[in-house]
Design a protein around this ligand. Structure first.
Ligand code: ASP
Length: 417
């Protein structure tokens, strides 16, 4: 069986939902759907979740929220009409009343998925399983994983629509995952049901080898490992969140990120191990707004490193020898007194960026030399290079002004035959 998750964009309006319905019908193995709340129909549109947060914030501040709620209600009514369903007025009334009576932000936000899930269940004629009954949190908002997996296994055995993003504690209070958390709900359902695949439908083709905004026409990666996905997202790529991947990764279930608008497109497959023959790199990503510190003190490298780790800095990377410590920090990143007091000299440079090339096969591809050569040929001089002997990434720190040119140069060197 396949567990399918649909993001906000593939559910943004009636026409997209119809397409999603056809997609599900193509494969009888697609028996569980985890929907997000309707997202943006075009760039300047509003996400239902954002509108619901805004309604709740206005209500909590004693301001009127009717005009905001009307926009929510109108979206759902439009969707229902386009699907040939009656307007979901009972549900909308319940949400409005809850907001009026002082509901908290988690409850308010969760209603986007709740309303969407109910509509989808009637459209598909599948059972509706309220996430409040199966995704279980403790009172502090921590997921109760074992209990949740057990409940999901039982309640979704015959398939159904399970709204994403939220669950509840024993007292009935609603809790949500972090933003984008419907991915987590889908992964939990896939793990609980030991699905053959977790299909995650988005408004993009899959994971790209580079940000298409920087490299127009960047290729969609056909398959990669969970370790590569983790490296890409940790090093800057806007892909699916780590938390979302954990349940399926632990269960050894492949994740398939696919475009909802193009049913024939295979998307990106993410597996536990790379099965291909030819070693290749997976992608190039990076992060802007970094600061590089270089601290020097004879025979104090290790002491300084310990102080840096203890200080809880926004540490991207640390390199060390007997007398020197180099720290790459996210943001402006000032250093605490406990660290600077140890150093004889401390210099720093701001407005830097990291460029990271990711791939399990990096050590076999002569990648460091080709990576440096590509940057040099583009006139970019890295301030530091990190070439770990193991791991799935190598990283250069460069001036922020060179970030996009660097991404393009490395992409051309590794991905254009
Ligand atoms: N609707 C929620 C959000 O906008 C959760 C999700 O889409 O996954 O963050």
């Amino acid at each position: 069986m396949r567990v399918c998750k649909a993001g906000g964009a593939p559910l943004a309006d009636g026409a997209s939902i119809r397409k999603m319905g056809q997609l599900l019908a193509r494969e009888p193995e697609r028996r569980v759907l985890v929907p997000s709340a309707p997202g943006k129909r075009e760039a300047r549109d509003e996400k239902i979740t954002d509108l619901l947060y805004a309604c709740q914030a206005a209500a909590a501040a004693g301001r009127s929220f009717g005009h905001l709620f009307d926009r929510v209600a109108e979206r759902y009514r439009e969707i229902a009409a386009a699907l040939g369903l009656p307007a979901p007025d009972d549900g909308l009334r319940a949400v409005y009343t809850g907001l009026k009576e002082g509901a908290d932000a988690a409850w308010a936000a969760s209603r986007g998925e709740w309303l969407c899930g109910r509509l989808l269940a009637s459209y598909l004629d599948w059972p509706f399983v309220d996430a409040a009954e199966v995704i279980r949190f403790d009172a502090a908002g921590r997921l109760k994983t074992a209990e949740t997996l057990g409940l999901l296994r039982r309640r979704l055995a015959d398939g159904g629509v399970l709204p994403g993003f939220y669950g509840a504690d024993d007292a009935g209070a609603i809790h949500t995952f972090a933003r984008g958390g419907s991915d987590v709900t889908g992964a939990l359902a896939a793990a609980a049901l030991n699905a053959d695949v977790y299909e995650n439908f988005k408004d993009v083709a899959g994971v790209y080898a580079a940000d298409p905004a920087i490299v127009p026409g960047a290729r969609c990666v056909g398959d990669m490992t969970y370790r590569e996905l983790r490296a890409l997202s940790r090093l800057g790529a806007q892909v699916i969140s780590e938390a979302a991947v954990a349940p399926v990764r632990a269960a050894g279930i492949p994740l398939n990120i696919r475009p909802a608008a193009d049913p024939a497109h295979p998307g990106t497959w993410i597996h536990a191990a790379f099965g291909g023959e030819t070693p290749r790199v997976t992608g190039i990503t990076g992060r802007r707004g970094l600061t590089l510190w270089r601290l020097e003190a004879i025979e104090k490298g290790a002491d300084m490193a310990r102080a840096a780790l203890d200080a809880g800095l926004p540490l991207e990377r640390l390199a060390l020898d007997a007398d020197t410590l180099c720290l790459t920090l996210g943001g402006k990143g000032d250093l605490p007194e406990t660290l600077t007091a140890l150093a004889h000299q401390a210099r720093h440079q701001e407005r830097l960026a990291s460029l990271s090339l990711v791939g399990e096969a990096l050590p076999r591809l002569d990648a460091p030399a080709r990576f440096s050569a590509a940057l040099t040929a583009a006139g970019i001089r890295p301030l530091s290079l990190h070439l770990p002997p193991v791991g799935q990434a190598l990283t250069a720190v460069v001036p922020e002004a060179d970030y996009e040119a660097g991404i393009r140069a490395v992409y051309d060197a590794f991905f254009r035959e």
